[in-house]
Ligand binder design. Structure first.
Ligand code: 5GP
Ligand code: ZN
Length: 117
């Protein structure tokens, strides 16, 4: 399922280029165009889902796959598991979401501040 004007659907379908760091049948992960940390990867479902708010009962396996399998494996692969990392899903306008296709930012390689701006 793909949305015509969605940039992340196009990345998932390889219609526009990105630096992929992970792919399986449900998920792709690629480097953010404007990295905010030495390691900054976006983990997205291949299926178009607008945000966390649009997830349905049937998406539970997809989300747990991303959080339980993909992100920890990627953190290991990127060398940020040991020192720590941050996972962020900006949601909606005040959440700072600019691309309306669910994505988890995986950030690491530097010390993070809290609270975020
Ligand atoms: P948001 O602000 O929605 O949480 O995050 C969207 C992220 O997507 C931003 O960090 C932005 O840099 C990244 N981004 C936007 N367009 C592209 C693109 O075409 N390619 C890649 N690799 N990243 C993008
Ligand atoms: Zn999409």
């Amino acid at each position: 399922m793909k949305m015509a004007d969605c940039i992340f659907c196009k990345i998932a379908q390889k219609e526009i280029p990105s630096t992929l760091v992970y792919e399986d049948d449900m998920v792709v992960a690629f480097r953010d165009l404007e990295p905010q940390a030495p390691q900054h990867v976006l983990v997205i479902p291949k299926k178009h889902v607008e945000s966390l708010l649009a997830l349905k009962e049937e998406d539970k396996a997809l989300v747990s796959h991303i959080l339980v399998d993909v992100i920890p494996e990627l953190a290991q692969k990127l060398g940020i598991a040991e020192k720590g990392f941050r996972v962020v899903a900006n949601t909606g306008e005040e959440g700072g979401q600019t691309v309306k296709h669910l994505h988890f930012h995986l950030l690491g390689g530097r010390s993070m501040q809290w609270p975020p701006g």
